[in-house]
Write a protein that binds this ligand. Structure first.
Ligand code: FAD
Length: 330
C-alpha cells in the first residue's frame, strides 16, 4: 500500500533568486495538488535561503521545507541529493517536480537513483489520474513525432523534470498563508567528495533564448548562410538574441541550442521576429506564446501569419536591410 502524500516542487535558487521555472512549477503543482486534494510543498536548499521562503508560499505552496546550511552554499550533486533524499524519506511525497535546468536535471536523476524510483525527463505537459493517483507526465518522443505520456506505477515519489517556460506561474499573492518548516540536517563538509573551488560565469554567451526578451529568428527563407547574416545583424542592432528553425540548424547556419520549437527551445519573449520562416507546427509550438510576433514572409499564405500579430509580405532579403538601417538611425 502506498502511503506517500503531497506534491513537491524543488525550488532552485541561483544568485539569491528563485529560478523562474520553480515558480512555474508551483503554478502547475498547485493544479495537481488541488485535483488530488493534497498539500503542495516547496523544497528549498542552500545557504541564506530562508528569507525566500515566503515567496514560495506567495507563489502557491502550502508548505516550504527549508534546509539552510553552509554545506549547501553552492550546488553540488552530492550535498543536495543527500538533503533532498533525507526529506523525501521522512515526509514521503507522492509527486516530486524539478525544473529541467542543468542543476534540476542533475539533481532529479541522482535523487531518483537514490530513492529507487522513476523519472520522466524534460516533460512539457502534466496531469493526474485522480482515481489511480498517477502522475501523467508527457513529453515529445521519437524526434517529436509523438507525445508520450509516461506513468510511474509502482514506485514513489513519481518524479519529473519540466521544461522552463512551458507551465504558467501564478500571480504572487502576498496574502497567502503557509507553513515554513526549517529542517536541521546533519551535513558535514568533510563527508563531501567534491569541493567547489571557483565558479566562472560564462560571459561570452548572450541571454539564453528561453530568457530573452527579444528574439530575431530566421528560417530557410534567408536563402543561405550569407543571407542569414542579416538575422544576426538585425539582432545585434536591436540587442536581441538569435534563434531559428530546425532546418537552418540542420543546414549548419545556427547552433543546436538556438533552435526554437518542439524539439528545440520553448520561448516566450516580448517580441519574436519570424523571418523567412514558414510556420510549421513544430516551430510554432515553441514560440506561439510570445507576446508580440512579427512575421516577414514572401508567401502571403504562409502559416506563420496565422500566429503573427503583425505580418509583412515581401522579400526578407530586401526588407531586413531596410529595418537594420531604420533601427540604426533611431
Ligand atoms: P521552410 O518551411 O522551407 O520555410 C521557408 C519560408 O521562407 C517559406 O514560408 C517561404 O515562403 C519563405 N521565404 C522564402 N524566401 C523568402 C524570402 N526571400 N523572403 C521572405 N520569405 C521567404 N522545426 C523547427 O523549427 N523547430 C523544431 O523544433 C522542429 N521539430 C521538428 C520535429 C519533427 C519530428 C519534425 C518532423 C519536424 C520538426 N521541425 C522543427 C521541422 C519543421 O517541420 C519545418 O520543416 C521547419 O520548421 C521549416 O523551417 P523553415 O521555416 O526555416 O523552412
Amino acid at each position: 500500500m502506498l502511503e506517500n502524500q503531497g506534491v513537491w516542487v524543488f525550488i532552485e535558487v541561483n544568485d539569491g533568486k528563485i529560478e523562474g521555472v520553480s515558480l512555474e512549477l508551483l503554478g502547475a503543482g498547485r493544479k495537481l495538488a488541488d485535483k488530488l486534494e493534497v498539500p503542495l510543498a516547496g523544497v528549498m536548499l542552500g545557504e541564506g535561503v530562508m528569507p525566500l521562503a515566503n515567496e514560495v508560499i506567495y507563489a502557491g505552496a502550502d508548505q516550504v521545507y527549508v534546509v539552510d546550511h553552509p554545506v549547501l552554499k553552492d550546488y553540488r550533486t552530492e550535498s543536495f541529493m543527500k538533503g533532498v533524499c533525507i526529506l523525501a524519506e521522512k515526509y514521503k511525497p507522492e509527486i516530486f517536480l524539478y525544473g529541467a535546468t542543468p542543476n534540476g536535471k542533475d539533481l532529479a536523476s541522482a535523487v531518483a537513483t537514490d530513492l529507487s524510483t522513476g523519472l520522466t525527463a524534460d516533460t512539457t505537459m502534466l496531469d493526474v489520474d485522480v482515481e489511480k493517483r498517477l502522475l501523467e507526465a508527457s513529453r515529445p518522443a521519437f524526434g517529436g513525432n509523438i507525445m508520450a505520456t509516461i506513468l510511474c506505477k509502482k514506485h514513489r515519489p513519481q518524479m519529473a523534470t519540466v521544461r522552463p517556460k512551458v507551465m504558467k506561474a501564478l500571480e504572487p499573492d502576498t496574502g497567502r498563508k503557509g507553513v515554513i518548516i526549517e529542517e536541521e540536517l546533519e551535513l558535514r563538509e568533510e563527508d563531501m567528495r567534491t569541493k567547489v573551488i571557483k565558479i566562472v560565469k560564462d560571459v561570452t554567451k548572450k541571454a539564453s533564448l528561453a530568457e530573452a526578451h527579444v528574439i530575431v529568428a530566421g528560417g530557410k527563407g534567408m536563402g543561405d548562410i550569407q543571407g542569414f547574416q542579416l538575422i544576426h545583424e538585425l539582432a545585434e542592432v536591436i540587442g536581441a538574441s538569435v534563434g531559428g528553425t530546425r532546418d537552418v540548424v540542420e543546414a549548419g547556419w545556427l547552433k543546436h541550442d538556438q533552435q526554437v520549437g518542439q524539439t528545440g527551445e520553448t520561448v516566450t519573449p516580448k517580441i519574436y521576429f519570424a523571418i523567412g520562416i514558414s510556420g510549421a507546427i513544430q516551430h510554432v509550438e515553441g514560440m506561439k506564446n510570445s507576446e508580440l510576433i512579427i512575421a516577414i514572409n514572401k508567401d502571403p499564405n504562409a502559416p506563420i501569419f496565422d500566429v503573427a500579430t503583425y505580418g509583412i509580405v515581401g522579400d526578407a532579403l530586401e526588407i531586413v536591410p531596410k529595418l537594420i538601417k531604420q533601427f540604426k538611425e533611431l
